[in-house]
Design a protein around this ligand. Structure first.
Ligand SMILES: NC(=O)c1ccc[n+]([C@@H]2O[C@H](COP(=O)([O-])OP(=O)(O)OC[C@H]3O[C@@H](n4cnc5c(N)ncnc54)[C@H](OP(=O)(O)O)[C@@H]3O)[C@@H](O)[C@H]2O)c1
Length: 320
């Protein structure tokens, strides 16, 4: 099969299209013929091997995985002998342990769901990592109708889902983004938009929930912008080139037990039930995946460059 491969850590210029062996599904795996696959910030961490802490898992000197790509949408090509929930031909989406920038990928069935019936594969591929992160973070915060939720980084891949899901939960939503993307964030449902270059959101108001996707304010400032019993969801990468967000996560975990506010680091996990729930939100019209630009498989490097440019609204997707 064709796949986009790399053999060392570095930028998108190291990616090339190659013929590789097709994966064989294990007993609990679904083999998916990939129609579309997103490019996410996490893929770029693994591509570059930065922050360096990721190399303790992905390979210290050289990457263990040649083929990246986690958010896949396609059609079931084959199933392992223990798979019970999917059949050949089912339209599905899922979160693979990389390997998705390819024509075929094998994914354990517990990380797969039937994809929403009202969107194409390109829009379905925009959902898994970002949608699950948003859903799991809002669940962690226990958002209730009428609460005021602030989303720092509202115009990005995850932020777009947080804004829409929080609105569907009955929250009043404030999105923080650049002036250039303010209209977009309003269009996906934010009640208020703050241009981060013009206003420091931590200075004026207090919010019941802050969903932080940027990590550009100290914890003390974020706490100042929370109500006394408010919740801070820390989902951002950020941090230095070595440890990334670990310092901030450690600081939040140390402070949280001693204050009335809840400071909650989020490590989103793969979960097929969450994908099924997201599919229901999409089919009801409450959530619409936002796709910035679509590239063919042979231009995956350009898709990575587009994501790294900072100009993206929503998700960048590769069509296979
Ligand atoms: N915890 C987890 O399990 C988990 C899972 C997935 C992702 N993440 C992390 O979540 C973060 C966001 O991911 P993503 O996929 O949404 O990234 P993304 O698509 O690149 O979006 C990042 C957004 O941050 C915004 N931004 C940049 N500077 C800002 C500022 N000073 N104030 C407010 N917003 C600013 C950008 O908005 P403008 O373009 O308008 O400037 C951009 O839309 C990343 O750090 C990623 O590593 C964590």
């Amino acid at each position: 099969m064709r796949a986009v491969v790399r053999s060392e850590y570095g930028g998108p210029e190291l990616l090339s299209l190659a013929e590789v062996a097709a994966p064989v599904p294990a007993a609990d795996e679904v083999l998916i013929r990939v129609q579309a696959v997103a490019v996410s910030v996490g893929d770029v961490f693994l591509l570059r091997g930065e922050p360096r802490i990721v190399r303790t898992v992905s390979g210290l000197r050289r990457p263990k995985q040649q083929v990246l790509g986690r958010d896949v949408a396609g059609v079931v090509e084959a199933v392992g002998e223990k798979v019970t929930r999917f059949r050949v031909g089912d339209p599905v989406y899922g979160e693979s342990d990389q390997g998705g920038w390819a024509e075929l990928v094998a994914v354990p069935e517990r990380f797969v769901a039937l994809r929403p019936g009202n969107v194409d594969a390109v829009h379905a591929a925009a959902v898994p990592v970002s949608g699950s992160t948003a859903l799991q973070g809002l669940r962690l915060a226990g958002v209730k109708p009428g609460q005021h939720v602030l989303v720092n980084g509202a115009s990005g891949g995850v932020g777009g889902f947080v804004v829409q899901l929080a609105k569907s939960m009955g929250a009043e939503v404030t999105g923080v983004c650049s002036a250039a993307k303010a209209e977009h964030v309003r269009a996906i449902g934010a009640d208020h938009v703050i241009d981060y270059a013009a206003e420091d959101f931590t200075a004026a108001h207090r919010y019941d929930v802050i969903f932080d996707l940027v990590a550009n304010h100290p914890l003390s400032s974020l706490r100042r912008a929370l109500t006394p019993r408010g919740t801070l969801v820390l989902s951002a990468g950020g941090g230095g080139r070595v440890l990334g967000p670990l310092g901030r996560i450690a600081a939040a975990s140390v402070v949280s037990p001693f204050v009335s506010q809840r400071l909650r680091p989020l490590a989103a996990t793969r979960n097929g039930d969450d994908l099924a729930e997201l599919a229901r939100h999409i089919e009801s019209g409450a959530v619409q995946p936002v796709v910035d630009e679509v590239f063919p498989l042979g231009r995956t490097a350009d898709a990575v460059e587009r994501l790294e440019s900072g100009a993206v609204r929503g998700k960048v997707v590769v069509e296979v």
